[in-house]
Design a protein around this ligand. Structure first.
Ligand code: ZN
Length: 180
């Protein structure tokens, strides 16, 4: 188990556009994916994209069950994985005209939450760790979580959807709290 350091905004590496992953996965990439899962659960968070640990590849992991306190604190399986999903080279094939607003947060922008409006449903194509492609429609929280995670692969953060004034305030706060 290896916990990697999660980069904090305004780290420049969060703004890099990630490159597609080639198959079969190298041992190095498989290790990155394992480390991403460990780091996400340790944080704890419901999603983590590779650029957040400084790896500019199109990979994200999610566990949207993890957001439930009930699951996270289940005494029968403390810290256990519940619904780990690995998304490689994801591409949205369709986004709904209908929009939905959810409060978002991000491991790279700690202790900061804001409402973001995004398409309410999406159709996604992605690859699994074996290189098989999948296509599926998502709605509700998962649609939002996936759009948030895959924004990271484009060098984009949820605070980019906020007003410049609000974003500047958040950037100042991050610089003050996480000065290295
Ligand atoms: Zn994020």
């Amino acid at each position: 188990m290896a916990i990697r350091e999660i980069l904090i905004h305004p780290d420049e590496r969060l703004r890099v556009v990630a490159a597609p992953v080639s198959f079969p996965l190298s041992d190095e990439v498989k290790q990155v994916i394992r480390d991403m899962a460990d780091s996400m659960y340790d944080a704890p968070g419901v999603g983590l994209a590779a650029p957040q640990i400084g790896v500019p590849l199109q990979i994200a992991v999610t566990d949207t069950l993890w957001r439930s306190d009930e699951v996270r604190h289940d005494p029968d399986n403390p810290g256990g994985s519940r619904d780990l999903k690995v998304w490689i080279n994801p591409e949205f094939l369709w986004k709904s005209d209908e929009m939905a607003t959810w409060e978002e947060g991000c491991l790279s922008v700690p202790e900061t939450y804001a409402d973001v409006t995004r398409p309410a449903a999406v159709r996604l194509r992605w690859f699994d760790m074996d290189g098989a492609s999948h296509e599926h429609d998502f709605s509700d929280f998962l649609a939002v979580a996936l759009q948030h995670e895959f924004d990271h692969l484009l060098g984009k953060l949820f605070i980019d959807y906020l007003s410049p004034l609000k974003r500047n305030m958040i950037t100042k706060k991050m610089k003050k709290l996480y000065k290295s």
